[in-house]
Design a protein around this ligand. Structure first.
Ligand SMILES: [Zn+2]
Length: 272
């Protein structure tokens, strides 16, 4: 699997363009992936909905039970998957993020010895996990995700991180708590974050830190902490500014900027 012209390429990947989108991301974005479940029975039903111009919803990808993928919106364009959402000083996550919908009925209700989705379908106990959602205090029943879905989403996130410098993976439930429950406790969201963002692979060497670099953005914010929304420590660094690189974390560099210019001598305290 790889990404060419902002489209996934590979086996079992289809492209069905959705009209439900709103132009290109701004420079430096997307930097976030949002994980969803479809809360529906099949990939076909999700794709029909998310390409229907009357529905005003979409996502970049739909991942079926068998791991096959349908892309609906190119990765450089804004899809409509997050809705009203906020976290870490940001609101409206569509403009920051790539949305991945995983086919899954969502939470289920017990009916005798079966488990029923909101659309009526009954699922056997073998497909069901009983667990407490991170935003709730009592357990509910959730449809399991297939190993193919979990493996495919991991591979997609690894690719997206390389291509778009993704530094956040969040569940819809984390940016719209109280309104959304997806992907829910049946999806291994923490493990996905660990694998993709922390590079916790025993046999991998520690990341090498370059000694210095040069700013390529026209104006680059410089912040207290390695995260968007953290307070700025100075005016933005202009393009071409030479920086010394002191540390790295989750795709951020801690830098010291060297600025050269003339200042009045009487305002400089010297050693002599
Ligand atoms: Zn969602």
């Amino acid at each position: 699997m790889n990404i060419i012209n902002h489209l996934l390429q590979g086996d079992n990947i289809n492209y069905k363009p959705s009209p439900n989108k709103s132009g290109k991301f701004t420079q430096g974005l997307p930097d976030t992936v949002i994980i969803h479940f479809t809360a529906g029975p099949t990939a076909a039903s999700a794709i029909n909905t998310l390409t229907n111009p009357n529905v005003k919803a979409s996502a970049h990808l739909v991942v079926d039970y068998d791991g096959s993928i349908t892309q609906l919106v190119p990765f450089d364009e804004i899809a409509w998957h997050a809705g009203v959402s906020s976290r870490g000083g940001r609101t409206g996550f569509n403009k920051y993020s790539i949305g991945i919908e995983i086919v899954n009925p969502g939470n289920l209700t017990r009916v005798d010895d079966m488990y029923q989705a909101w659309y009526g379908t009954l699922y056997p106990a073998g497909k069901v996990l009983k667990a407490v959602h991170r935003n709730e205090s009592k357990p509910r029943y959730w449809h399991i995700f297939t190993q193919e879905q979990i493996d495919t989403v991991l591979e997609i996130c690894m690719l997206l991180k390389e291509e778009y410098h993704i530094n956040l993976i969040l569940g819809h439930e984390e940016i719209a708590p109280g309104r959304k429950l997806d992907p829910g406790p049946a999806f291994p969201l923490n493990r996905l974050r660990d694998r993709v963002l922390n590079n916790r692979m025993e046999d991998e060497p520690d990341e090498l830190i370059p000694a210095s670099g040069k700013v390529t953005a026209s104006l680059l914010n410089i912040r207290e902490e390695p995260q968007t929304g953290s307070p700025k420590v100075a005016k933005p660094l202009p393009r071409g500014t030479e920086v010394e690189i002191l540390d790295t974390k989750n795709g951020w560099y801690k830098v010291a900027a060297k600025i050269t210019g003339w200042v009045a001598g009487k305002y400089i305290e010297t050693d002599k």
